[in-house]
Design a protein around this ligand. Structure first.
Ligand SMILES: [Fe+2]
Length: 316
């Protein structure tokens, strides 16, 4: 026999009124009314209850924290041997190199020595210089060494720069730094720079002759270093070569030059590599290099008598 509640529900679904339902099931109208009301509430509650497998979007975000490990990525320029005041200096390419660095928002450029051609390096050397005398050499560098807003050049001096020091005790590096705010002098022949805490860039300008094999001198130099005195990056000037070498955990660069072949290098059969580097490194908090991107910026054909393209006011 059918339950009165089942009959009432069916009749309500078929649009029957409370009175008619109450008469049919033999119950008071109030009782039927309360029953239908409670059924209505149950249906509403069932509708609002999510299905078991409903997937919600836009959940509250969860937080995942990653430990900051102190790594730092930085880029800098590296050049050497600009030999300004030599008739073979390549000011156009040097300026081009600085333009590239400026576009790349490089703030620091390191120079591994022989910014100047120097004087009286050997008999007849003066005829290879387009300026004579320490003052004029320095004035020429102040006027025509590239000056770009936001770029600082950190430089050491080398054996050609020292030719003036040897004759009269004037260190042209000091004078240049006094007169150019964008040029910071790091000393003669060698300097160690902390590019980040504990990460050492060593600039070196040797005084010896070139070797038959490009990598020979840097290799011997690194072999001669004691384990605890090795830099993370070694930048070598003087040999006028472009090379990257990784040896004994030292990232070693020969920094190139901006002086085309001279009668001296041609006579001795010495090749020169025009250009420099943009180096990008990721350094951890211990100073260890985790990644390095050595980017060579080479120039191929020297510009004949390029110094004539630059007057003292060119840089103003
Ligand atoms: Fe040199």
């Amino acid at each position: 026999m059918e339950n009165w509640k089942t009959i009432a529900k069916r009749m309500y679904k078929n649009k029957c009124g409370v009175k008619k339902i109450a008469d049919r099931v033999g119950k008071p109208e109030d009782e039927v009314k309360d029953f239908l009301k409670s059924e209505k509430s149950k249906r509403a509650a069932a509708k609002s209850k999510p299905d078991k497998f409903t997937v919600f979007e836009n959940l509250a975000p969860t937080t995942h924290s990653q430990e900051w490990n102190g790594n730092r990525i930085l880029s800098f320029g590296l050049i050497s041997d600009t030999h300004i005041n030599s008739k073979y200096t390549q000011l156009t390419y040097l300026r081009h190199f600085y333009e590239i660095c400026s576009r790349r928002e490089i703030k620091e450029i390191y120079h591994a020595g022989d910014i100047d051609e120097g004087e009286q390096m050997r008999t007849g050397h003066q005829y290879e210089c387009y300026m004579q005398g320490g003052d004029d050499h320095v004035n020429e560098i102040i006027a025509n060494y590239p000056h770009f807003d936001g770029i600082t050049t950190h430089f050491i001096t080398g054996n050609h720069d020292a030719s003036i020091y040897k004759r009269c005790g004037i260190d042209i590096g000091e004078t240049i730094a006094m007169r150019r705010e964008d040029m910071k002098y790091l000393g003669r022949d060698c300097a160690r720079v902390e590019i980040t805490p504990n990460c050492i860039l060593e600039l070196r300008h040797p005084w010896d002759g070139t070797a038959y094999a490009i990598s020979y001198k840097p290799q011997k130099m690194i072999e001669g270093m004691e384990a605890d005195s090795k830099p993370n990056i070694l930048a070598i000037g003087h040999y006028h070569k472009l090379e990257y070498l990784f040896y004994r955990n030292v990232h070693c660069f020969q920094a190139g030059c901006f002086q085309t072949q001279t009668p001296f290098t041609r006579g001795k059969g010495i090749s020169v590599h025009l250009g420099g580097w943009i180096i990008t490194v990721e350094v951890d908090k211990r100073g260890y290099i985790q990644r390095i991107v050595p980017e060579m910026i080479p120039f191929y054909k020297g510009i004949n008598l390029d110094y004539k393209n630059w007057s003292r006011s060119s840089n103003d």
